[in-house]
Design a protein around this ligand. Structure first.
Ligand code: ADP
Ligand code: MG
Length: 261
């Protein structure tokens, strides 16, 4: 297990979004004046209705595109190994085995399979798929494909993992299970996570910080701190505390949708 991160507010800064704006064409403001300090060990959810700029924020953080104005500063700079990304679609190569799919980030840097076999198996073990290393994606369920995608994102042990609605297409039971497993995985490898969702329940269960966003223009309207300590289990999911946080987050989301209309 990685050491438990200190409480929110006492964690070292990992990256800072400063007055970040992104516009498309003349008048689509995808993101307006976003300021977000991401700390080491945070589990942050970006929660908001469709079109509020969640994916745009992730793309900007991952350098897949650049802000129209403002900047994103990593403390001490960053390299390509500092980031892992998981999308809603698992985006696996159908012709490659599970293990070969997880090898991809290493392969892109020119590292042979043999030289990173241990890391690949360890990542598959962490997502509970070590027995499926030689299977092909078509043989896997939706949840298992997503696990492979998560293993691939974390196999290089990035400092930050970005996840864009990774479980949105899964049934609720699979989603709950993956939520539990994701928290366990994060505790084991000690990374920072920014997780995009439009589910209040998912964001409260997973996060220690929820950034509530509104659309047109895309912007942050509130931050909620969920200070229930980890590990969180089914007990948390059924607690009065959880219900109260969900109510708070729902109200904030209601405001977000209200002001966007
Ligand atoms: P979310 O992920 O919260 O649903 P997005 O970040 O995808 O929202 O989009 C925010 C806004 O920016 C939306 O109005 C969307 O239509 C617009 N947008 C996103 N990407 C592009 C693009 N490449 N070109 C034009 N408009 C875009
Ligand atoms: Mg999106």
């Amino acid at each position: 297990m990685a050491p438990t991160p200190p409480p929110v507010g006492e964690r070292p800064l990992l990256l800072d979004m400063l007055h970040v704006e992104k516009t498309f064409g003349r008048d689509i403001v995808a993101l307006r004046d976003m300021n977000l300090a991401v700390n080491e060990g945070d589990f942050i959810s970006l929660l908001g209705p469709s079109g509020c700029g969640k994916s745009t924020a992730l793309r900007l953080i991952s350098d897949l595109m650049h802000p129209t104005s403002g900047r994103i500063q990593w403390v001490g700079g960053h390299g390509r190994d500092d980031l892992g990304i998981v999308f809603q679609e698992p985006t696996l190569m159908p012709w490659a085995t599970v293990a070969q799919n997880v090898w991809l980030p290493f392969r892109l840097r020119g590292q042979s399979y043999a030289s990173v076999r241990d890391e690949i198996l360890e990542a598959l073990k962490l997502v509970g798929l070590e027995k499926f290393q030689n299977a092909y994606p078509r043989e896997l369920s939706g949840g298992m494909k997503m696990r492979v995608s998560i293993a691939r994102a974390m196999v290089t042990r990035p400092r930050l993992i970005l996840m864009d609605e990774p479980f949105a297409a899964l049934d609720e039971i699979t989603r709950f299970k993956l939520n539990n497993d994701l928290l366990e995985l994060k505790a084991k490898i000690g990374c920072t996570v920014i997780f995009v969702t439009h589910s209040v329940f998912e964001s409260v269960f997973l996060s220690d910080r929820i950034i509530v966003m509104a659309a047109r223009p895309g912007r942050v309207i509130r931050e909620l701190v969920i200070d229930t300590p980890y590990p969180r289990s089914e007990e948390f999911r059924t607690s009065a505390e959880y219900a109260a946080f969900c109510r708070q987050a729902s109200e904030a989301l209601g405001d977000a949708i209200g002001v966007a209309a």
